[in-house]
Design a protein. Structure first.
Ligand SMILES: Cc1cc2nc3c(=O)[nH]c(=O)nc-3n(C[C@H](O)[C@H](O)[C@H](O)COP(=O)(O)OP(=O)(O)OC[C@H]3O[C@@H](n4cnc5c(N)ncnc54)[C@H](O)[C@@H]3O)c2cc1C
Length: 406
């Protein structure tokens, strides 16, 4: 295994760092305040994207800092998972930065689905505008009425009717649904209940303005609507789409989901490592500069050990993530199931611990909106559920381990 950063990564990383230092960190608080002003809680239909984000998107695109997540040489930047990891880490330091580089979830995962499994017609119609950052997309797998950590529980239906597919069911936690540019959903549902349990589902592209698609509400996550992205509840009632919108084929949903969640998890984890690095940096700077009981706070209580604990935990999580990325690149997603599941558990838990330490050292400021710490803390908590809860991933790791001795 070789985790040495390639010349290509070094080049993009230094350009991303310059961009973040010049254009993102200095205006972070301003953009967050503007976002808050534009998007008051309540009426999500009026949510808007701050102009500054649109301007930064254009600037990033002009500088070629765009679609870095996609391994394709022409459509993306030809970076492998391992090469992209340090770049994702840097963008993870500011909550809205990934969108500036067109590298934000869930669009990246959806673009990967269309790139790997979409027909040429689907690519022309939806992948092209997604790659251009002109439209946004959502992914509908989780359902309110069944335990969705077991995806085989899914009740939403996809049925054939002549040249059309008919969709019925409820989805929730569809991230990005409130975004003013959200135009399509990738809907996963039961298409072939007669097949074996991993060949029963399909994925279909559904334009959000199709009759029968109803957005019931936006959910809050830890009391935050997460505007302008949002997490929606959607109902599908006799929604008809042409068969050309079916991705790959009936019964192929699980095969696609496995491909989607591999690299996508690396992206989430690398961004979370960047968030943890930022927490540690803020924690040290604050601890050294603020004095209590005659000493810098960093020297009080167990704070020095906390700094060491944070450094060790971040580096362990990063190495585990790079290892998973290397395996995905060199052996494929199927051979990296332990590593993917492991980082899905380790990284959010690490961020939860580090962000909590950073909050504590900051006192009241730690939970204020003046700093990103409480946002990262909430993000860590949610990442322990999104893409499947910790327990399901640990179940995967233990199954693979035990099978070695059967
Ligand atoms: C912020 C956020 C964004 C999300 N975005 C999306 C999205 O864009 N699209 C989408 O489709 N979904 C999304 N989700 C949904 C997420 O993937 C699900 O919440 C998750 O898969 C769990 O499903 P569930 O909520 O139905 O929990 P349940 O399946 O009801 O599970 C509840 C709990 O049961 C326990 N449990 C379950 N299985 C096991 C097991 N095998 N062993 C031990 N304990 C177990 C766990 O403690 C688990 O947390 C998002 C969630 C959040 C919080």
């Amino acid at each position: 295994m070789d985790f040495q950063t390639s010349a290509k990564t070094q080049d993009y990383l230094s350009r991303i760092k310059t961009f973040m230092n010049e254009h993102v960190f200095p205006v972070e608080q301003e953009i967050l305040a503007e976002n808050h002003r534009l998007n008051p809680d309540g009426d999500w239909t009026q949510w808007r994207v701050p102009e500054a984000i649109k301007t930064l998107k254009l600037k990033a695109q002009e500088q070629g800092l765009w679609n870095l997540f996609l391994p394709d040489e022409t459509l993306g930047k030809g970076l492998t998972c391992l090469e992209y990891a340090p770049i994702a880490e840097e963008t993870g330091k500011v909550i809205f930065a990934p969108e500036i580089f067109n590298c934000n979830a869930p669009d990246t995962g959806n673009m990967e689905v269309l790139y790997h499994f979409g027909s040429q017609q689907q690519k022309d119609k939806w992948l092209t505008p997604l790659l251009a950052g002109e439209i946004r997309s959502v992914f509908g797998m989780t359902e309110p009425d069944v335990a969705s950590s077991d995806a085989t529980n899914m009740e939403a239906r996809i049925e054939e009717d002549g040249n059309e597919l008919v969709l019925n069911g409820k989805k929730w936690w569809t991230t990005g649904l409130g975004h003013p540019d959200a135009k399509i959903a990738i809907f996963m549902g039961l298409s072939n209940p007669e097949n074996d349990k991993h060949s029963q589902h399909a994925m279909v592209i559904v334009p959000l303005d199709t009759p029968g698609v109803e957005i019931k509400r936006m959910l809050t996550a830890s009391q935050d609507f997460d505007a302008p992205y949002g997490h929606g509840e959607m109902h599908f009632t006799n929604v008809r789409v042409p068969k050309e919108n079916l991705i790959l084929g009936m019964g192929k949903g699980f095969a696609i989901a496995q491909g989607r969640l591999g690299p996508g998890r690396i992206h989430h984890c690398m961004r979370a490592i960047g968030a943890a690095e930022r927490c540690l940096e803020l924690m040290i700077k604050r601890g050294m500069q603020r004095v209590a009981f005659g000493k810098p706070i960093i020297k009080l209580g167990g704070n020095l050990e906390r700094v060491a604990q944070a450094r060790m935990a971040i580096d362990q999580a990063r190495l585990l993530t790079l290892n998973a990325a290397w395996k995905i690149d060199n052996l494929g997603v199927k051979q990296a199931m332990t590593e993917i599941s492991a980082i899905k558990v380790v990284v959010p838990n690490m961020l939860q611990m580090v962000s909590d330490m950073a909050i504590q050292i900051h006192g009241g400021a730690g939970v204020s909106g003046d700093l990103p710490l409480s946002t990262f803390s909430a993000m860590a908590r949610m990442l322990r559920l999104a893409d499947g809860p910790d327990e399901v991933h640990m179940g995967m790791v233990s199954r693979i381990e035990i099978n070695k001795y059967r």
